[in-house]
Design a protein around this ligand. Structure first.
Ligand code: ADE
Length: 230
């Protein structure tokens, strides 16, 4: 942001400024549900944000959700929440529910922004990078995103998640925490994730390079497309 200023809170650096005419607070969530919940709470309590847009990466679970595709969350669930037999598996105690929803209107705008970016993607990414990661004709999916405090990196574990939660499109480590905090405060949330791996035995391969050369570019382009929308 041309006018960005840093503000440290709770061990995080929050960047305040303006982007395409919007007042923006940008911050790294931190990895995992606790870090994510703290970051979301700070954004709302300390910075008074009126809506939250989250970008990052995820492991593809559903068939057809491939590396380089994008998943826009409609709903969120914590796949490692289990207070059974006191509460049904996955139910968040005290809420009577296991899923939280993304904001419909903000998410619809996120889908438009993501589709627009995917259409122009080959022009934005280096051909070598597209080949290295086998990216071709990336697609935008919408649906259930699941979160837990584990990097899923075995085929056996991702198969268990598919068996238990057949609707899940992708797995990551923060979205459902943001969704629960945003539900508590009534703050609209939209989450978009670039698929970096298939949450299988190869999940770690070239992960840092994917973040650097692919996912960060998707995120920047999608946020920009979202902010310039009228
Ligand atoms: N984020 C990106 N890939 C992931 C995976 N396989 N498991 C959890 N979080 C992820």
């Amino acid at each position: 942001m041309p006018d960005e200023r840093q503000q440290p809170v709770g061990g995080r650096t929050f960047w305040r400024g303006h982007l395409h005419g919007h007042e923006v607070v940008a911050v790294l969530s931190g990895i995992g549900k606790v870090a994510a919940a703290t970051t979301a709470t700070c954004l709302i309590e300390r910075f008074g944000v009126q809506r939250i847009v989250f970008t990052g990466v995820a492991g593809g679970l559903a068939p057809g959700v491939r590396v380089g595709d994008v998943v826009v969350a409609r709903h969120f669930l914590q796949h490692d929440m289990d207070a059974s037999p006191i509460f049904p598996r996955h139910e968040v105690p005290g809420y009577g529910r296991s899923t939280f929803d993304a904001d419909t209107a903000l998410t619809a705008r996120m889908v438009l922004a993501s589709e627009q970016v995917l259409r122009g993607l080959p022009a934005r990414l280096d051909a070598g990078v597209m080949n290295t990661f086998g990216l071709e004709a990336p697609r935008c999916h919408q649906g259930l995103l699941i979160s837990g405090d584990r990097f899923v990196s075995t085929t056996a574990e991702s198969q268990v998640l598919r068996d238990v939660l057949p609707d899940a499109l992708a797995v990551e480590m923060e979205g459902a925490a943001f969704a629960q905090v945003c539900h508590d405060y009534g703050v609209p949330l939209a989450v978009v994730r670039t698929i970096s791996d298939r949450a299988d035995d190869d999940a770690h391969v070239d992960f840092p390079r994917f973040l650097r050369e692919v996912a960060s570019r998707y995120s920047a382009a999608i946020v920009e497309a979202l902010l310039v929308q009228r």
